[in-house]
Design a protein around this ligand. Structure first.
Ligand SMILES: *Cc1c(COP(=O)(O)O)cnc(C)c1O
Length: 310
């Protein structure tokens, strides 16, 4: 599968390392090398590459107040000379300064985005329509999480890169699943590489049913974009065992994993995504050896959750 003729903005440092740590293999997308890292950087290379190829100079995107995606988009727009309208939705029931003003919220402003804080998705859509009317074709709309048929190509790329680094076929690749672009890209890329591996998506934002609908739609659209068949259903599973109280609300099991990994390896997980995915990993050492954990980043949101952790 060749992605080399696609418009792509160069932002990250590739390949990200694959580390043998804590009894498993960890793909370090947290070290993607730009704008505090994480899994959004690869998506943005394709999304903003396409926007620039269309001649657009302004971007709107959306996310929670502590969105890693919005922060990474702000950094990318700064680098590429694009203006970002960042729509920050009050999706998590937190009004304290740590949550509303530190971590990703702070970084998004530091990177020079215009930040609009709105109460809910309805207000976010209304504002998006206003901005579209005002800026017309000059405005690129980047969907939440950067997950559409173009952004997902970023993780077809990470799957192919991972395949090149592996010396065995993993039993599972485990990844947090929210807007599903990361998971869908991995499923498509690993299927194209004909690796006999199941991608386990750990639901952190929506119910298993809703996440499945999102995933299926994105698989279909991205395969259409690439002109390849949709991978079989047995190439992925969705796991809602760590969903807990929902998006942005830390779980006890996740917080335990953050503290344990921080104090034994110096690696930081985040409470919203990676800690919950980490808590879904197998404990059996044999199985763990054949598991790849996709570390998708999220470190900056730790500052918003410091009181939950220490
Ligand atoms: C956005 C994000 C995810 C989820 O990726 P999706 O492609 O939206 O499913 C996982 N981990 C972190 C740290 C993220 O910021």
């Amino acid at each position: 599968m060749d992605l080399s003729d696609r418009p792509r903005a160069h932002l990250g440092v590739w390949p990200t390392p694959l580390h043998d740590i804590d009894g498993l293999w960890m793909k370090r997308e947290d070290l993607s090398g730009f704008g505090f890292g994480g899994n959004k950087v690869r998506k943005l290379e394709f999304l903003l590459g396409a926007a620039i190829a269309r001649g657009q100079s302004r971007v709107v995107t959306f996310g929670a107040l502590q969105s890693n995606h919005v922060r990474a988009t702000a950094a990318a727009c700064a680098r590429l000379g694009l203006r970002l309208e960042a729509v920050a939705v009050q999706a998590v029931p937190r009004a304290d300064d740590d949550y509303t003003a530190s971590g990703n919220a702070f970084l998004t402003e530091l990177y020079g985005a215009t930040r609009h804080v709105v109460p809910d998705d309805e207000a976010a859509s209304a504002l998006a329509l206003e901005l579209m009317a005002e800026h017309g074709d000059d405005l690129a709309v980047v969907l939440p999480g950067g997950s559409d048929r173009i952004g997902t190509l970023g993780h077809v790329d990470s799957a192919l890169e991972l395949y090149g680094q592996l010396e065995f076929d993993p039993h599972e690749v485990v990844v947090a699943a929210s807007t599903c672009g990361t998971m869908a890209g991995l499923v498509i890329g690993l299927a194209a590489a004909e690796v006999d591996t199941v991608v386990r998506g750990v639901c952190v934002s929506h119910s298993r049913e809703q996440t499945e609908a999102t995933l299926r739609d994105l698989l279909a659209q991205t395969c259409d974009e690439l002109g390849v068949p949709v991978p079989d259903d047995d190439r992925w599973v969705l796991d809602d065992s760590q969903f807990g109280d929902g998006y942005g609300i830390p779980s006890e099991a996740g917080l335990r994993q953050i503290r344990r990994l921080a104090t034994t390896t110096g690696i930081a997980l985040d409470p919203v995504y990676t800690a919950k995915a980490y808590a879904a990993l197998p404990s059996d050492p044999e199985l763990r050896r054949r598991t790849v954990f996709m570390h998708t980043g999220g470190g900056p949101s730790l500052f918003a959750y410091r009181n939950d952790l220490v």
